[in-house]
Design a binder for this molecule. Structure first.
Ligand code: ASP
Length: 338
C-alpha cells in the first residue's frame, strides 16, 4: 500500500512537472508542405539556426525585464532580416513582381494594436506596425501612406530591390507559368489544390512571435510577404487584428500562419481568445478547435498561442510548421515537421 502511494506520488509529480513547463516565448516561421525528404541537411540547419537566434534574442530581452512588445519586435527582426522566411528580406512576389508586405503587433496589456499592409520600402514592417500603434492615433495604415508615416517615424527605408531574392523570383515565374490565373499560396496543400483556387507551391515562411514578460504582459506580432502571385492589393490575415494577430492579458497572445483568407473569415485569433474568455477553455483546446474549423472550411495552416500562465499551443493542419519555444529558464526548442 505504502509502495503504491509512493508510485502514485512520483507519477503525479512527473505529470505536474510537464504541465508546469512555463514558456515565455513561442515563434513560428510559417506552416506548409514542409517534408523532410524535400529538405537538405544544410537547409534544415540554416532554418534551425535562425529560429534559435530569434528565440535567444527575445529571451535575452525578457530576461533583462524588457517588455513582451520589445521581445516580439526584436525576435521578428531576426526572421525579417533572413532571406529564408517570407517576411522582410525573403518576402514573396506579387503577380506584378513586387514585394508587398503586411505586419501587425498587439499589446495584451492595453490592447493597443498597430498594423501596416502592402508596404514595399520599409525594411522591418513589424517596426512600422509598432510605430502605428505607439506614434499615431490609428490602428492600421496601408501602402504609400504607411510608408510616408514610417519615414516620419524614422524607420529604416530601403530600395525595393533590397527584397529581391532569386528563390522568390523563381517561385513567381513558376507560379505564373503553372497557372497565371491562380494565386499560389505560400503553403499549398493537396486539399487546397483540389479546391482549384491555389496551386501547389513548396515555399513557406510568414513569421510570428508571442511573448510573456516578467510583468505578466502578453504581446503578439506577425510579419509576412503574403502569397506568391497575389493580385491587385491583396491583404492577408496577418495585419488584420483578431484574424492573424491578437493579444489580451486576460487570455492569450496569438500569431497565425496559413491561407489568410480563411483566417480572416474565421477571425481565428480572436476566436481563440473568446473561447477562453467566455467558455473557460484552455489554450490548447481552443487553438485546436480554431484550426479544425479552418480545415473544415478548406483552409490550411497553423498558429502559435501563449496564455497568461505561460502555457503554449502550436497546432497546424499542414505537413509541417517552422516553430520554436523558450521556457522561463532559457531552454530553447525548435521543430519543423509533424
Ligand atoms: N497568412 C499569410 C497570408 O495569407 C501567409 C502565410 O502565413 O504564409 O498572407
Amino acid at each position: 500500500m505504502k509502495k503504491l502511494s509512493l508510485i502514485t506520488l512520483a507519477l503525479v509529480c512527473a505529470l505536474t512537472t510537464v504541465a508546469q513547463e512555463k514558456y515565455v516565448m513561442v515563434i513560428h516561421g510559417g506552416a506548409g508542405t514542409i517534408l523532410k525528404k524535400n529538405m537538405t541537411a544544410e537547409k534544415e540547419a540554416a532554418y534551425k539556426a535562425v529560429l534559435t537566434k530569434a528565440l535567444q534574442t527575445g529571451y535575452d530581452l525578457l530576461k533583462s525585464d524588457k517588455s513582451s512588445l520589445d521581445a516580439v519586435e526584436a525576435t521578428i527582426h531576426v526572421m525579417e532580416d533572413s532571406p529564408l522566411f517570407n517576411a522582410g528580406k525573403g518576402a514573396v512576389f506579387t503577380h506584378d513582381g513586387r514585394n508587398e508586405m503586411d505586419a501587425a503587433i498587439m499589446d495584451g496589456k492595453t490592447q493597443a494594436a498597430g498594423s501596416v499592409a502592402g508596404v514595399t520600402v520599409i525594411r522591418n514592417p513589424i517596426s512600422a506596425a509598432r510605430a502605428v500603434m505607439e506614434k499615431s492615433e490609428h490602428v492600421m495604415m496601408v501602402g504609400p501612406g504607411a510608408e510616408k508615416f514610417a519615414r516620419t517615424a524614422g524607420l529604416k527605408i530601403v530600395d525595393p530591390k533590397y527584397f529581391w531574392t532569386k528563390e522568390r523570383w523563381d517561385g513567381l515565374q513558376k507560379a505564373i507559368k503553372e497557372d497565371a490565373d491562380k494565386s499560389v499560396l505560400d503553403h499549398g496543400s493537396k486539399k487546397s489544390m483540389k479546391l482549384g483556387t491555389v496551386s501547389k507551391d513548396y515555399k513557406f515562411g510568414t513569421v510570428g512571435a508571442v511573448a510573456l514578460d516578467n510583468a505578466g504582459n502578453l504581446a503578439a506580432g506577425t510579419s509576412t510577404g503574403g502569397m506568391t502571385n497575389k493580385k491587385y492589393g491583396r491583404v492577408g490575415d496577418a495585419p488584420i487584428i483578431g484574424a492573424g494577430t491578437y493579444a489580451n492579458n486576460a487570455t492569450v497572445a496569438i500569431s497565425c500562419t496559413g491561407w489568410g483568407e480563411f483566417y480572416i473569415r474565421n477571425v481565428v485569433a480572436h476566436d481563440i481568445s473568446a473561447m477562453m474568455e467566455y467558455k473557460g477553455m484552455n489554450v490548447d483546446d481552443a487553438s485546436k478547435a480554431a484550426i479544425e474549423k479552418v480545415g473544415k472550411m478548406g483552409g490550411d495552416g497553423g498558429l502559435i498561442a501563449l496564455d497568461k500562465n505561460g502555457r503554449a499551443s502550436m497546432p497546424f493542419n499542414t505537413e509541417g510548421m517552422y516553430r520554436g519555444t523558450v521556457t522561463k529558464d532559457g531552454k530553447i526548442e525548435v521543430e519543423i515537421y509533424k
